[in-house]
Structure formats: structure tokens, C-alpha cells
Design a protein. Sequence first.
Lengths: 689, 312
Amino acid sequence: MADVLAFENVSIAYDHRSGRQNILRDVSFTIADGEALGLVGESGCGKSTVALAAMRYLPRGMSIVEGRILVEGRDTAGLTDHELSRIRGNRIAMVYQDPMSSLNPVMPIGRQLMEVPLLHGETDEAAAFRRAVAMLEEVRLPGAAAMMERYPHQLSGGQQQRVVIAMALMAEPALLIMDEPTTGLDVTIEAAILELVRELRAKFGTAILFISHNLGTVARICDRIGVLYAGRLVETGNIASVFHAPAHPYTRGLLGALPRLHGGRRRGRLRPIEGTIAAADRARMGCAFAPRCVYAVRHECEERPVPMVPANGSDAHLARCVRLDAIRASAADAPTIGNDEPVAGDAPILLSVRNLTKEYKLGGMFGGTGKVVRALTDVDLDARAGETLAIVGESGCGKSTLAKIISGLLTATSGEALIGGTDVATIPVDIRPPDLRRQVQMVFQNPDSTLNPSHSIAYALTRPLRLLRNLANRDAKAEVSKLLAQVRLPADMAERMPHQLSGGQRQRVAIARALAGNPGLMVADEPVSALDVSVQAAILNLLAELLESSQLGLVLISHDLALVRHMADRVAVMYLGRIVEYGPVEQVFAPPYHPYTAALLAAAPTPDPDAEPPDRVLEGSMPSPTDVIVGCPFASRCPERIAGLCETTPPPVRRFGEHRIACHLDLDGTPAQPAAETGGRVGIRSSIS
Amino acid sequence: MLRYSAKQLLNMALTLFAVSFLVFALNELSPGDVARKILGPYASESQVDHLTVQMGLDRPAIVRYFEYMGKALTGDFGDSIVFRMPVADLMFDRLGNTLLLAAISFAVIVPLSVVLGVLAGMRERGWFDRTISVFSSMCASIPEFAMGVFLLGIFVVWLGWLPGTSPLRSDSGWAIWMQFVLPVLVVTFYDAGYLIAMVRSSMVEVMRQPYIRTALLKGMSFNRVVSRHALRNALITPFTVILLQLNYLVSGLVVVETLFAYPGFGRMMLEAALAKDIAVIEAGTLIAVSVTMLTQLFGDLGYMALDPRIRV
């Protein structure tokens, strides 16, 4: 039987006024019936183009200049629009990155699902309806029949993606293309979606082309993997052999740059890939990765096209590299493992937050609705000099609200946040005295939108120097070069404009800007989540170096547990505006766990094909912040809920030294208070698998 | 939705009340003596005083305001000094004429703009799109009076097919419907040019949305994607703007009405304003404001019907 999808030496180019740009070059792969192939690569590597080309749906100006794309043995080049529309949605279906925008906002989802069978041969509306309901049940959406009437905006992000998956499976296609299907979803939702994909794949036997920048998600779903760099496949092979014995320096670099969930604390360093991908790399005759490669030898790598060669003596594992032997002989690029010696705990406290609460009253023009959004409830934590305090939790848990209160962009309803003895919880940043303002500086997620595009880097750095430290122009100028050196940027960057910098360089500037005030505390809200893995590693190393060389305290807000494990000294796990677990990182990441922490850890995708899939996946989603919670905020989703107790009684805070967990479950496994209804003994899970 | 409408109607009544007060106060404060205006520059001072007392203009403004509002609620808006007839009758007559012109124009403009805008926007930068874009920006940039004079030159002076004025009287020698052709044409060219551009850019935006790609990659044909998935979404943004054209068509047609001697609302307001015919200005303003607010209410309701994401 023919392969479901085959790319044969496909090159795709984009023609524009200034010439032709290669998007894909000589890409070949096949996907057999029922097989799952993962394609990974960083932004701009061409992986989405592969998906669209398979669908024969290329943006205007892009065309296949070489090679063939075969769908079930048929070359798609000669197909008419009508023939293509019989393949699309029927033989190949697609799942997209952003489910909200992939669904028509003004059409009930039922109608959107029914369209698929009605387009592909079904004539009976009632039969199409039944099929849609059945498929919604397959993707585990509760109340499938009622769901049919809903509009996309009435569903949560996870539910929307389930609808998109149901829609893709409606015609039982031979191939499912998933383009970053879980990017932008919370980690527990992501885990649930990945589990669903695994199950559906087992049930329907659909082949999958799974495109992602996240090696962990690929490891969980796929049989084989292809690594794309600058439009070229640089390595393909079985998932196990590529992850265990990566051959191409780029693949090795990607794996080495990833923080690991089971690594040590930040005294270890990641191995970033030096340099950045350049537009010119696509046009190179030889290896596109050569300019960033430590093993590159000019005459061998750059002067002629590099073929795919067997990596470990087997044709199943290929790499596009001429220096494989030299690389194999060198040491593996694993990140250095840090030690986990406990933090001393005697560093001075920079920030002390006590009982911090933030409420918003919802109201319309004619008075309030009486509803109150509780964004933060009784938050307690300390940040110390020279340490990293990480705040983790899923979107809507209140972690960004907390950061904004600390930095004065929001004010708290009650409670206090002490910085150097001053309670700043209710002082907005514009009326904070300059010295206090200088004390707390922020680094934001997206460096593209935090730097004013019409001001030079020097200007962006000079302003805080003058405003916060009253430096005269000449002193400020000298200080700018010092700051740039501190974030490892060349001094001539000062005269550049933000658009002339890469994303990683811009984030370095944002960090330098924060350092300009010589702050005691730096609050970084998802500082690397907009960056590619290889760049992210360099930024994390920079932050770690800064912490070690100064008494700076870092409050790191992140949803990425591996990153937190790597960077943090202390961790606060937040859920629905409350801290459910808090303590030194090695204790929070080891049993006993709060059930929510356990679920987060189990859900986090790890780039290890041998890792067991999470044994349980959280159901449902976070309650609305307007809901009145009397008991434990996590009770509605907790797999170890004690009926009759958790929903009604606030959990006691259990302390093990500095480590504290707000939960009814006891360390030794007995409920804290005798619960009337519970028969069996339930305990905080002592391990995660 | 009912509650929302009731709330909006109440809002509207309050706004109208405030506007009536403002207009009254403004007229009161502006220089010039009403009695003097009526009697002309050659009347003696005692004649003016006599008329002032006779019209009750010597009493405090607040008393006169409430008296005016009391009468207004019964439909009596006083008499026009320019047109020498009750304002209510005048208003009824002129507003009727204008609404007729507005309705015909609206019925031509809206389908035309939607069809051309959608056809242009569905294939961005295609030949049809380029043609329509040039045409619409040309139409929108030629002022009404220039377009009017241009069309008059062709159809009246050169071809002699249509009447040059539209007084809406059958004794002018032209059938009434023929008197509508040129005013409607001028308004359509001017207004549709703008609306087509609006609909087009909204359609272009919608066609770039991922859900259009989703529909196409389901295997749906392009034309069906346009009619099933794009059309309704593309109309959401221009919908309010389309309804706002009613305001323009009711109270903004001064130039066209003047050009064609059309006995409409806009021209009446212009003449009243030039002659400081306070009673007409006050009543006219209230009507213009009511029209604006009503279209806004309908706009909001229609918006909700089109877009399920919007709920009150």
C-alpha cells in the first residue's frame, strides 16, 4: 500500500519583488498508514509550510519549485480544485494552533462539524447530526448534544481544541496534520489533549503529521521524528534513536538547551546554541547550520550540498552532516546538572508578602452586578537577595496579578507587600518615591512590544538611568556600555533600533533596562516564553549569572515547570489566586506533593520518549474567579478529593520546615480531620510516575 | 434584549431632554432679537417692544422653556417665522420628502455596496478588487456638488433626459420619479464609494482569518466558503457604519437638496439657521438627534443578531 503522504525532494520558494527566497529545500519524508511523524524546529524553519504544502494550500507567492508531494500515491500537482477539495477534510484533515480563531465565531459548532460529512458524500442532515454528536463524545466533550448549539466563544480553549480535533476526524481521514495543536494551552489541558490524540490514534488508526517546537510533546505522540533547520530536514529517525543518540549538531543543541524537570538547580548551566538563524542561511549551498556549528569545517561543510547519511550505521536514522564521526567522538551536549544543596535561607529578605488579596467588583453602568472577582486570596511569600523565587501556575491563577501589585501597576485590596520596610501593596508605581521605584524593576514576556520601536537602544537604557538614578548625560552614556556588557551585548548595539535586533537580543536589552535602575528585586513575567529554545537557554544562563554575581533577587513567573526547576531556589505554586504549595525547589519538586503540583508535574511534557504518559490527567478547568469558594479551591478537579470535606472546609496549611502545603490530606495518608463520608484512607501521593 | 431596549429608550428620552434644553439655551444666549428679526430693520423701537410682549419674550427663559416643552409634547412646536406656517406641519412635509429620498438612496446604496465590497474583498488584489477600489475611492473623493454639477451637465444640459431641479411638483413638466433620479444618483455615488471601501476592507480582513482556511481545508469550495463562512462575519464591522448612513441621509443632504432645489429637511434647516428661525431650529435639532439615537439602537440590536459573541 502506498504511503499516506510522501514528500519527494520538495523545494518551496517564495517569490517577491526583491527576488526568490527558499522556504523549504529538498525535503523528503514519508508517512506510512497509521504512523505518526513529528516535525520539530524553531520559528521560521518552515514546518508550517510543510503542513500547508501537504494540503496543497500555499500562501500567495509561494510555489513548489522542485519535487513531488504524493497523497496516497497520487501526485497532488495535477489535481483540479474540485479534486483537491475531495482530499481536503476527507483524506487529510488538519488541526491548528489557535483553536479559537480556527472556528467560525458566528456559527454554532454543531453546524461546523456537520459540514464535513455533508461535504464528503453524506446527504442526510440527521445522519450528519448524529455523526457530529458521536464524534463530540469521542473527544470527551460533556453534554455533546447540547454542545452542538454552542458558539466557539462559549467554550474553553481546551474544549475548542477538542472540537477542532472532532471536526478533523469527522470524515475518518487517513492522515491528520496537527500544527502546534497544544501551543498556547495550559500544561494540564495540553496533557489531556495529547492523551486524547494517543487514544484516538489507537482507535481510528489515523496517521499523524505532528508539527511542534516542543520536543516533549513530540516525544509523547510520535513514532518517528524529523528535525527542520532553515527549511532543510537535518535529521530523521525513530524517536528513540534520535532522542537517545542525536547525531546532527543542531538536534544535539536543541536537546542540550532544554531545561529538564529532573535536573538540578541553577548552579548548572544550559547549553545554548550560539548565534541566530539568518535569512541568508536558507540560500547557502552547503550546510545551513554551519555558521552556528562548533564542529563546522569550512571546506567540508560549506562548499557543496550536504546529503543525508546514515547516522548510526542504519538507514532508519539519517542526518545531514559531514562531520558525524567527529561529533560522535566528542562529549554529549547534556546540560550540566546543578547540585541541589539547600539554600542557606539566611539571605536578607527583599520582599515580604503577607495576606495579599486583590478583588475586583464587576459592575455595569447601572450599578454593580454584585459579583466579585477574587484575583488573589491571602498570598504569603518572601523573596530573598541573590535567590530566585518562582511563581508557577496555569493561566488565570493570579501570578501576573501578583507581579503587577509588587511592581505597582495594580494595587491590592488588602494585605501587605513589604519592600525595605515600606508596604507597597497599595502604592501605585506613579506615586512611589524614586528610590522605591528603582528597587523593583520588571522584565516582560514579549520584548517586541516592550521596547519603543522608534527609540534607539541607548535611549531606552538612558532614560531609567536619568530618571531613577539621576545620572548626568555623560555618566549615563558610560553606564549604558556597562549595562550592555553585563547582558553580553556588544557596545555598538546602543545605536541600533529595536527592529534591528533579534528576539533574544531584545530580551537582553529588556533585562539591561531593568538592571539600569540597579534594582534590589527583578520581577520577570514569563521572560523567555516568547523565545525559541536555543535562545531561551542563553537568556536563562544570563539571568543565572546575574544572580550569582550580585545580590539581586529574582521573582520569576512562569508556566514552565522544567524552567522553574532549573532556575528557582524557592517555588510558589498558585491555583485560583491562592498559594497551594510553597517551599524550597527541591522540596516542592519532591514528595509529598500538593495534588495540584503532582498533576502539573505529571502533565509537563519531557523530551524523553521512554517517559511514561501521565497516569492521570486533570479533568475540567479552573473554576471562574467569580465563583464563591468555601473549601479548597482545587476541590472541583482534585483526583484525591475527600468528599464532604474538601468542598466545604478550607484546607489547613501543613508545614514541613519551610515547605508548606495547603491540603486536607496528611503526610502519612490520613485525612486531616475525620471525614464523615470517606471510608478508605487517601494520602498525598508519595511519588509520581 | 427587551430590558436593554427599554434602557436605551429611557436613555434616549433623557438625552433628548438635555439636547432640547441646550438648544433652547443656545438660542437664548446668541445675539440678535427675535422680534427685531421678524419686523425688520426699519421698525420702530416701540413696535419691537410691543411684539416682544405679545410673543411673551419678556418673561424668564426658564418659564418659556417649560411652556415650550409642554406644547412640544402635544405636537405644537410653534410657528416658523420664515415659512409662516406651524413648525409641525412644515416638519411633517419636509421630513416626509427627505425620508423618501433617504429610503430610495438607502435601498440602492446598501445592496450595491455589500455586493461590490464582498466581491472585491474576497480575492484581495485580484483584478476585480483593483477596479472596484479605484472606482470607490474616486467616487468617495469627488464632493457631492461637483458630482451633481457633472451629472447635471450630462443628463440635463447635454442629453436633456432628466430635469435639472426636483421640487417634487407635478406641474414642473417632469414625472415625479424622474425628479428623483439625479439626487439619488449623486448621493449614491458619493456614499457608496465610502461604504464599498468599508465592506471591502472588512471582507479582506475576514478572508485572512484562520477559520476561512479551516473551511477551505474541510474541502469546501471557495464560493461556498464565501457565502457560508465569510459573508456574515464580513458584515459585522460595516453594519454600524451602514446604519450611520441614515443620519447622513436624513440630516446631511443639504448640498444635494440645495443643488436640486429639493424641498427637504436639510435645506429647511439651512434656511432656518440663516434666518434665525428658532422654532424650526429647535424642532429640527430634536428630530435629527432622535434619528441618530434610533439608528444607534437599531445598530446595537442588529449587531447582537449578527454576532453571537455580543450579549447585553
